[in-house]
Design a protein around this ligand. Structure first.
Ligand SMILES: Cc1ncc(COP(=O)(O)O)c(C=O)c1O
Length: 388
């Protein structure tokens, strides 16, 4: 039995995913399979580092510890084989904050910014809140998986889009973009003089057989935002890193960051990130094997018992993208059916834009028995409703 089969009981810890079920789904007994965090305890070295620091007892303002940056540089080299200079690393409370700052830093109000849809909801507000115009470039759902529509991307750039926002790997469709794909995106942004901004928060969550490439490895002018928070389940500690090798871009990012009056960083967030990067790799390797086992379980359950639902191949992230369009329900009815009849709290595809209508996103980062129970409940509800 794996440590991930045991998991950790989160109810009663003021945890969004479990304790806010009534507010989010109208029922407190749904199996929560929505917000992107995990029902697993962080690696032991992380917990230990936090306890040791907490025992010191004084938590006044803290400065930068150079070991925090060195840990990021080493992690990027060892895990992703990318050479990152220490100067290129900045810290930020969250990846969404960084995205918003980056869009504002490279554009001016009225500029078009490309997003590859469907995509994580805050991408849209990052563009709109900078006064920019969203240029959607829908991903193509092909027999070989989700693909970037390069012709459309080039059209958008030719028409003047100032930046491309990439989700690498892509939430919600679960694609790990190949190096070749990233090189093509990069060549297009260079050709049309647009900025390349990548949310790489899921980069470490590459399932066996897939290797994520950082955009900064193919384009030194790109900006990449990474974090240990998704990888090691530290989201509430609010700490992330920005990798911006180009000094001018970095200066623009830093100025926009300062303009927003964000100052100081969470001591515990920085400490947890360092401990995770320095000592968390074995835990992560085990996690990825476990997630892959759960992914295989869901795929075979659906293929054998619910072929009306089609999962996209999960390559990265722990978020499975399920095509439920063949059930023939309107998106709101589908979400309601899953809550009321199946007792499942998943994320509705519409959160990711209109291209997500009829899809649901399933978070599998929970002990496998919860996912097994979810699949059983889904089958029963669909059978009872005559939908399969
Ligand atoms: C693609 C993506 N980016 C960013 C975030 C949130 O990042 P942060 O909490 O660091 O702002 C998430 C969380 O689900 C995500 O899936």
């Amino acid at each position: 039995m794996s440590q991930f089969d045991v998991g950790v009981r989160r109810e009663g810890t003021h945890c969004l995913k479990w304790d806010e079920r009534k507010a989010v789904f109208g029922r407190e007994d749904v199996i929560p399979l929505w917000v992107a965090d995990m029902d697993f305890a962080a690696p032991e070295p992380v917990v230990r580092a936090l306890i040791e620091r907490a025992q010191h007892g004084a938590f006044g303002y803290s400065g930068h510890d150079p070991r925090d940056v060195q840990a990021v540089v080493r992690w990027m080299k060892q895990r992703h084989n990318v050479d990152v200079a220490e100067d290129a690393v900045l810290f930020s409370p969250g990846v969404v904050d960084s995205l918003r700052i980056a869009v504002a830093a490279v554009s001016k109000p009225g500029d078009a910014v490309v997003v590859l849809t469907p995509v994580y909801g805050p991408f849209y507000s990052a563009v709109e809140d900078a006064g920019c115009v969203i240029r959607r470039s829908p991903l193509l759902d092909t027999p070989n998986g989700w693909m970037i529509d390069f012709d459309d991307l080039e059209t958008a750039l030719r028409e003047g889009a100032r930046a491309v926002l990439l989700c690498n790997p892509h939430n919600p469709v679960g694609r790990v973009w190949t190096r070749e794909e990233l090189e093509r995106v990069s060549a297009l942004t260079r050709r049309w003089n647009a900025a390349l901004i990548a949310d790489e928060i899921h980069a470490d969550l590459e399932l066996p057989g897939f290797k994520n490439t950082s955009v900064t490895a193919v384009n030194p002018d790109a900006m990449a935002f990474i974090s240990a928070t998704k990888t090691f389940n530290l989201a509430a500690l609010r700490h992330s890193s920005a990798i911006i090798p180009n000094p001018e871009r970095r200066k623009a990012f830093q100025e926009e960051y300062n303009r927003r009056g964000i100052n100081g960083l969470n001591l515990f967030g920085a400490l947890a990130q360092r401990a995770a990067y320095e000592e968390g790799a074995p835990w992560l390797d085990e996690l990825l094997e476990y997630l892959d086992g759960t992914r295989r379980f869901v795929e075979s359950f659906l293929a054998e018992r619910l072929p009306v639902i089609r999962p996209s191949r999960l390559m990265g992230t722990y978020l499975m993208w399920l095509d439920m369009r063949k059930l023939g329900l309107e998106p709101d009815d589908l979400a309601r059916f899953l809550v009321e009849k199946a007792g499942l709290g998943m994320t509705s595809g519409s959160f990711f834009g209109p291209e997500g209508a009829g899809f649901m996103r399933l978070n599998i980062a929970t002990p496998r028995r919860n996912v097994e129970r979810a699949m059983e409940q889904l089958e029963t509800a669909l059978k009872d409703a005559g939908l399969c």
